[in-house]
Write a protein that binds this ligand. Structure first.
Ligand code: NAP
Length: 287
């Protein structure tokens, strides 16, 4: 038994840290991506090309694997890809699944619409899979502010779709560290962790932190959900993805994501990193 761990989304925000941390622990890792030229260059890490839309490639990726870190592609408002990966994992005899879900999954917004329907369906499929599982439901990633980089460098205000609402911004490195703990240590089976940072921050609070870290003015501009919808559609996102995203944004804007938990500290045995420490470590990428 090698306990080979397949990391899907290995080139993404969370997956690349999962690969890095597993490699640092000398765990056998197979990093999955669509383009091999993006393979992580880390000693001891195997790389495999596979696409969630190509079941044969998933079967090859899962062959000989014991554990899977399962990521859902952000622009995928159906659980089809998760179900394909679960099928490949089951056929390969996988004995541990860790799925990256999202905070708020299954909650209702103020109109009665359900947040994260596709995440909820995939979480249910993981729980019903017969394979031991852990579900991670992180809050908003600190790294989302990298979407502001152009506005910051051009001296323009950064968009704010959540008004004065606060959220428990989480460091992606902590999300990855919890995933690694769930993949490699006992005690996480049939657990759903809600992962947050140490403090509740509004977009204006985040801009103020970045002002301190970067030493420049970072104004914000309020963006209504309707304007956000128009912008997303004009950027070519599908109506289904836009509608799903807006439900989550409306839920957060109404203040329902003002949630802090101690799940990161309980799993890692240390407090979660702050937004400011994340910003300090990534100041070169932000300006
Ligand atoms: N951003 C947030 O604040 C936040 C908060 C909570 C939860 N989440 C959840 O986190 C997840 C996104 O995680 P992330 O930010 O780490 O992802 P990400 O940085 O957007 O990366 C997406 C990954 O998916 C891979 N991918 C895309 N299409 C693929 C396909 N057809 N087949 C196989 N792989 C494919 C990409 O690999 P290649 O393109 O290299 O092949 C990449 O590694 C989403 O489910 C989101 O709902 C996000």
């Amino acid at each position: 038994m090698t306990n080979m761990i397949l990391v899907t989304g290995a080139t993404g925000t969370i997956g690349r840290h999962v690969v890095r941390l597993l490699a640092a622990q000398n765990e056998p890792v197979r990093a999955m991506m669509r383009d091999i030229s993006r393979a992580p260059r880390l000693p001891g890490v195997e790389s495999v090309t596979a696409d969630f839309d190509d079941p044969a490639s998933l079967a090859r990726a899962a062959d000989g694997v014991d554990s899977v870190f399962l990521l859902t592609v952000p622009a995928s408002p159906t659980p089809t890809q998760d179900l394909a990966m679960l099928d490949a994992a089951r056929k390969a005899g996988v004995t541990r699944l860790v799925r990256l879900s999202a905070i708020g999954t299954g909650e209702r917004d103020d109109t009665g619409a359900t947040v994260g329907v596709w995440h909820g369906q995939a979480d249910d499929a993981v729980r019903d899979s017969g394979m031991p599982w852990t579900v991670l439901r992180p809050s908003v990633f600190a790294s989302n502010v990298l979407w502001w980089t152009d506005a910051i460098s051009n001296g323009q205000p950064v968009p704010n779709v959540t008004g004065t609402a606060t959220q428990g911004i989480v460091d992606p490195r902590d999300v990855a560290a919890v995933a690694v703990a769930a993949l490699t240590s006992p005690g996480h089976n049939e657990r759903t962790y809600t992962l947050t940072g140490p403090e509740l921050l509004s977009v204006a609070d985040q801009a103020a932190v970045l002002e301190r870290v970067l030493g420049r003015s970072i104004p914000t501009v309020d963006l209504s959900l309707e304007s956000a919808k128009e912008q997303m559609l004009s950027h070519g996102q599908s109506p289904a993805v836009v509608d799903a995203s807006l439900i989550g944004m409306g839920w957060a804007r109404a203040g329902h994501n003002a949630i802090l938990t101690d799940d990161v500290a309980r799993v890692l045995g240390r407090p979660p990193g702050s937004f400011e420490s994340w910003a300090q470590d990534h100041r070169d990428l932000l300006s």
